[in-house]
Design a binder for this molecule. Structure first.
Ligand SMILES: C[S@@+](CC[C@H](N)C(=O)[O-])C[C@H]1O[C@@H](n2cnc3c(N)ncnc32)[C@H](O)[C@@H]1O
Length: 189
């Protein structure tokens, strides 16, 4: 009845995205979200993905095996806090329909590269500025690792402060699970 949290994020994003759209993966990691976005936007669409780790970008590239998907994905090794500038550089005049954040550290990767509020919050603000009305920002937070609870608290406070005339904000969480991740969806009006 209730989707696991990452599947729920994909379901919401897939409902919003249309062929030809631009989408952003703000935390590429192993590239699962990147690959799903690339499938969804179709041959005329584009995806731009951000990560600090070359290993992550390489893993994501290796995952883009479905025909045509590699051609529609641009992977940049830079922080997502520069999202507005980097998206404008690569896709002048275009705005994304969806931006996905999957916070924390890359499974199997270096935990020193876990996301941090000091860069996550500016990136979220940038995403809210550039995403199209009717589009969606999804954010998955993991409170169970070092620094994860503080980051989740900061993200939830950011989301709660968004005026309801600006965006609808929904929180999805398995409430009685220990250290359960939470999923936020922000849909600008
Ligand atoms: C949980 S993983 C992402 C998982 C990924 N979405 C997937 O489908 O496999 C989080 C990623 O965020 C990256 N990261 C950390 N700080 C970042 C930043 N400031 N900008 C972009 N990526 C960052 C980490 O290197 C890590 O690979």
């Amino acid at each position: 009845m209730f989707h696991p949290i990452l599947n729920q994020a994909h379901a919401w994003v897939e409902r919003v995205l249309r062929p030809g759209d631009l989408a952003v993966d703000a935390t590429v990691g192993n590239g699962r979200d990147t690959a799903i976005l690339a499938e969804r936007v179709g041959p005329g669409g584009r995806v731009i993905g951000f990560d600090l780790q070359q290993d992550a970008l390489d893993a994501a590239s290796a995952r883009l095996t479905s025909p045509g998907t590699a051609d529609r994905v641009t992977l940049v090794r830079t922080g997502h806090e520069g999202m507005a500038r980097v998206v404008a550089q690569h896709f002048p005049g275009r705005r994304p329909k969806a931006v996905m954040f999957n916070l924390g550290y890359r499974p199997g990767g270096d935990r020193a590269f876990a996301t941090r509020p000091v860069t996550t919050l500016p990136a979220l603000a940038a995403a809210l500025d550039i995403v199209l009305p009717g589009g969606i920002i999804t954010i998955v937070c993991y409170p169970g690792h070092a620094g994860g609870k503080d980051e989740q608290d900061a993200v939830l406070a950011w989301a709660r402060a968004i005026p309801s005339v600006r965006a609808t904000v929904v929180l999805y969480q398995f409430w009685n699970a220990v250290n359960a991740p939470c999923l936020l969806a922000v849909t600008p009006k």
